[in-house]
Design a protein around this ligand. Sequence first.
Ligand code: PLP
Length: 415
Amino acid sequence: MTSAPQRAPELSSRRADFPALLRTHNGFPLAFLDGPAGTQVPRQVIDAIGRYYATCNANTHGQFVTTRESDRLLLETRETMAVFLGAEGMHTVSFGANMTTLAFSLSRALLRSFRAGDEVVITQLDHEANRGPWLALREHGIVVKEIAVRPDATLNEDDFASNINERTRLVAMGWASNAFGTVNNVGLARSLTRRVGAYLLVDAVHYAPHFPLDVQNAGVDFLLCSAYKFYGPHVGILYAREGLLDQLQTDRLSTQDPHAPYRIETGTLNHAALAGVKAAVDYIGSLASGATTRQTLMSAMALLGQHERALGEKLYTGLSAIEGVRIIGQPFTVPLRAPTVSFTMAGKRPETVCARLGEKGICTWDGHFYAVRPMELLGLLKEGGVTRVGVSLYTTEQEIERLVQEVGRIARLSE
Ligand SMILES: Cc1ncc(COP(=O)(O)O)c(C=O)c1O
């Protein structure tokens, strides 16, 4: 998406779909700028979850009406998610409690196909959920290497070529940084992993809410994301390239379906939440139109991306003009950047900044957001991390103006 940012005023009417946006605090309407930690949920998703409990709450694979309806719902959710991801089909889509749990399950499964001395490449920019499961493999003789983070919160791309070799079995990288909004060069990693026959795993938890996904075109082997970041409930999603999961020795019960996509799904899934996942993707699709569901979803994500980028740019410009504010991360002049802006303020800890914003009904996050390694390396951890502002579908220009004005006021306070 390199086109000039445009407004998408039609999205503002969709605010009415989100009941939480009616909340006030201390007399202020709540401004949810906390989307990177989880977005608000539209009525359509809430209703789908309620409808499941009200009408067909049952376990799967039985001989009566509600169990059959549950089977159909799960199938439809997988199919819908496959279309959203641009995947080969429903058998490439597995569900779990959250991204972290799926990443750990996958790391244990992959380990069974690795040998001591094999190498895994991770990055210093990533959320711990895409580092911890791979760092744990060190205990089993796997060599884990790290792509370095640079002061502007981008990855050192030269490190990919110097760290990926014939011993590399897996590169696990984030697509977008949940802490700084950086979008990483997955294409570069893909061409290097292909050369040596290594797997490419992408954490798209922060990318999926803001950009259209096309797993086949991107050529990833595994991709992980989380529905609660894109207007759905707390469910983790794993895409595994066709045929791949069936080759892995996953942790599973002897009674469990041993085939993909079920092969990595232990126990009973959260059916009601999965009803919500389907509703969330359908909801995104309702923002646009197209000849096919896939085209509709792609247009909707492009529309969302334009809206968010325009607001992200406004946010970046507004915050940059405040004395004492330092933004960590790239400016919006780069072609791809998530609308997530993190900053520090001279003499003020993020915790204090967020508490002051919170008093005014502005929800923002302070800290490291589990992206603890880059925070540490960029010298931010000892100062309490950063203040992070996220832009979502329902974010308005007025909310950005309110935030910027309030940050300006906090900057002028002597405390
Ligand atoms: C980039 C990124 N990766 C992974 C995760 C972990 O996701 P989950 O909460 O589904 O385990 C998060 C959560 O904030 C994230 O932002």
